[in-house]
Ligand binder design. Structure first.
Ligand code: NAD
Length: 247
């Protein structure tokens, strides 16, 4: 069997499937990942800060103007559309599989594709909230003041509803992710360098028979994967869908 046949075969044999995704699943939607050459870390790093430092809570608190300027330039997801990789898991769900998506992404594209059970480990960059009360604010109501600071209609400074470096992950999201992965019989790890913790540790909750790694570049394999496919996720999953599941 070739990789596509093996992948399709494992899907057929599985009832509960979890997709564990990182920035790589969204590059084919035009959103750069972090660590690839020319990725966000390269673009965000400057003379005084590394790319990582600019995405920390300390940086937002110390240099809010710079943070918001970067955010507006590099984390604007409004034009991005889901690709075949996102759609694959939404379609599997529509086809009757029990599918959960555990994502490190903040771009909302799994939801846009139609996936209903999406667990966001790092929040959602299309939502805004206040600093103190964590009150959500509609994106359409956010304005930018003369200093380049994002504010809600009450004039309060707001921030994207994401987990920045130096912040804790949401407890409930972590519990849901662990439960979904622990109960799955197939885990598909896609487009992640598995370098960001604690998110990368979640794959270790998996106890099922079929673990698959689908990534463009080699990743240190901390889990025993039954199948490793080194290619572009969207194109690969589009083919798998067409060849094996299209009616
Ligand atoms: P990463 O940049 O560390 O790794 C991405 C991996 O995906 C790389 O190994 C790369 O080779 C691979 N990849 C790139 N394009 C691919 C494709 N088309 N098909 C298959 N593989 C592909 O990203 P990460 O591991 O997700 O890092 C974690 C952090 O990045 C998260 O905290 C997340 O919040 C943040 N992030 C999110 C977005 C987004 O929401 N789209 C974008 C950039 C960064």
């Amino acid at each position: 069997m070739n990789d596509k046949e093996r992948f399709a075969d494992m899907i057929r044999k599985s009832k509960r499937i979890v997709a564990f995704t990182g920035a790589g699943i969204s590059t084919e939607s035009g959103i750069p990942d972090f660590r690839s050459a020319g990725g966000l870390f390269d673009r965000l790093s400057g003379r005084h800060f590394t790319g990582e430092e600019t995405l920390s809570i300390g940086f937002l608190e110390t240099y809010p103007q710079l943070f918001f300027r970067n955010y507006a330039e590099y984390f604007n997801f409004s034009q991005a559309r889901p690709n075949a990789g996102h759609r694959f898991f939404a379609r599997l769900e529509q086809a009757g599989k029990e599918v959960a998506v555990v994502t490190q992404n903040i771009d909302n594209l799994h939801q846009s594709a139609g996936s209903r059970a999406v667990i966001e480990l790092h929040g959602n960059g299309t939502r805004w909230r206040t600093f103190e009360t964590a009150e959500a604010t509609e994106t359409t109501q956010i304005s930018i003041d003369a200093q380049g600071i994002q504010r809600d209609p009450q004039g309060r400074m707001v921030r994207p509803d994401v987990v920045l470096d130096g912040e804790m992950l949401d407890e409930e999201a972590m519990e849901r992710a662990a439960a979904a992965i622990g109960a799955a019989d197939m885990l598909v790890v896609i487009g992640t360098s598995l370098a960001v913790y604690p998110a990368a540790n979640f794959v270790h909750y998996f106890k099922g028979p079929y673990a698959i790694l689908l990534n463009r570049t080699p990743v240190p394999q901390s889990l025993n994967f039954q199948l490793t496919v080194q290619t572009d996720a969207g194109a690969f999953l589009a083919d798998v869908w067409k060849e094996f599941f299209e009616k």
